[in-house]
Design a protein around this ligand. Structure first.
Ligand code: MN
Length: 311
């Protein structure tokens, strides 16, 4: 093998990326890990938010009024607290820790997200978006709530396969391109080695504790703390992970898209025209059905930026 060929398959250096604070409304701050200038997508994952932990007083809570999505799946996963999802398909579903709330927007869906009034525990979790590949961009919208996901334990670490495939385990969640999302947690601390798919790009974010990552033995370790995303790149077949006591993190991966998708407001698409037409339909009461179960007005879209082509 030539030196060039070795370089081509050698894994990229692990890169630690920090999130930036973003306001979800009503002062609820999230850490946005993706997209960011240094990394637009991680495989098909195009948007990563860490939510909380935040404790609400009586009468307070998250209240995101109905808004539209196209071209993506929202993956909501909690470590603590609860959320109430309502959508234009007629679903009203409470989500608790360890359950996957998976909304496939496809051609178009609207939903709201609220704190249930009886929820006392701090809200702490993630919402990630998976971009749909071009051939599934306009699929039928769907909503899935999965409570029985595959789990294994190794070296004191519990691994739950939320979406896609990790090792020999496959989540039953619907997905449209090769990917993985898995939660790793450890009460007393632990260490495990995972088999990775060299065709995937991978990354890991931490909700609590620390995760020390070991790639090739010649590579320096990376220590990941809450609020960071460690981008691992592709070409890797194994990864060693050491978790501190009480650590919880999420491993993400997937086959990268040939071109990054375009994102504007809550819309994801492969072409700007697709986003413009969804915006026009939302503003004019077409395509997106009302979220009947939500009491209150839907969100208004921001104005389309003048003279700007989406990157
Ligand atoms: Mn949403």
């Amino acid at each position: 093998m030539t030196a060039e060929a070795v370089a081509a398959i050698a894994p990229a250096q692990m890169t630690l990326l920090s999130g930036r604070s973003s306001d979800l409304g009503a002062g609820l701050m999230v850490q946005r890990l993706l997209p960011q200038r240094a990394l637009r997508m991680l495989g098909p994952w195009c948007f990563l938010d860490l939510i909380g932990p935040v404790t609400f007083g009586p009468g307070e809570g998250l209240d995101v009024a109905p808004h539209p999505h196209i071209g993506l799946q929202t993956v909501t996963w909690l470590a603590s607290g609860a959320l109430l999802h309502k959508d234009s398909l007629g679903y009203a579903q409470r989500i608790e820790p360890g359950q996957l709330n998976l909304m496939t927007a496809g051609a178009g869906i609207a939903h709201s997200e609220e704190s249930p009034p009886d929820s006392r525990a701090p809200l702490f979790g993630v919402q990630f978006w998976v971009a749909l590949p071009e051939n599934a961009q306009c699929c039928e919208p769907a909503f899935d709530h999965l409570t029985d996901l595959p789990v294994f334990e190794q070296g004191g670490v519990k691994v739950c396969v939320i979406m896609g495939t990790l090792g020999h385990l496959m989540s039953p969640a619907r997905c449209y391109s090769p990917l993985v999302a898995a939660e790793l947690s450890s009460a007393a601390g632990g260490e495990l080695s995972l088999a990775l798919d060299p065709a995937f790009d991978y990354g890991l974010c931490v909700l609590s504790g620390t995760a020390a990552l070991q790639g090739e033995t010649t590579e320096p370790q990376a220590a990941v703390i809450p609020g960071q995303l460690c981008f691992l790149g592709g070409g890797r077949s194994t990864l060693g992970i050491t978790l501190s006591a009480g650590a919880r993190c999420i491993l993400l991966g997937g086959q990268p898209f040939v071109r990054p998708v375009k994102i504007w407001w809550n819309f994801v698409a492969h072409k700007e025209e697709t986003i413009r037409s969804a915006l026009d339909d939302w503003n004019n009461g077409r395509r997106f059905l009302p979220v009947e179960a939500y009491e209150g007005e839907p969100l208004q879209a921001p104005p389309w930026p003048d003279n700007v082509r989406l990157k």
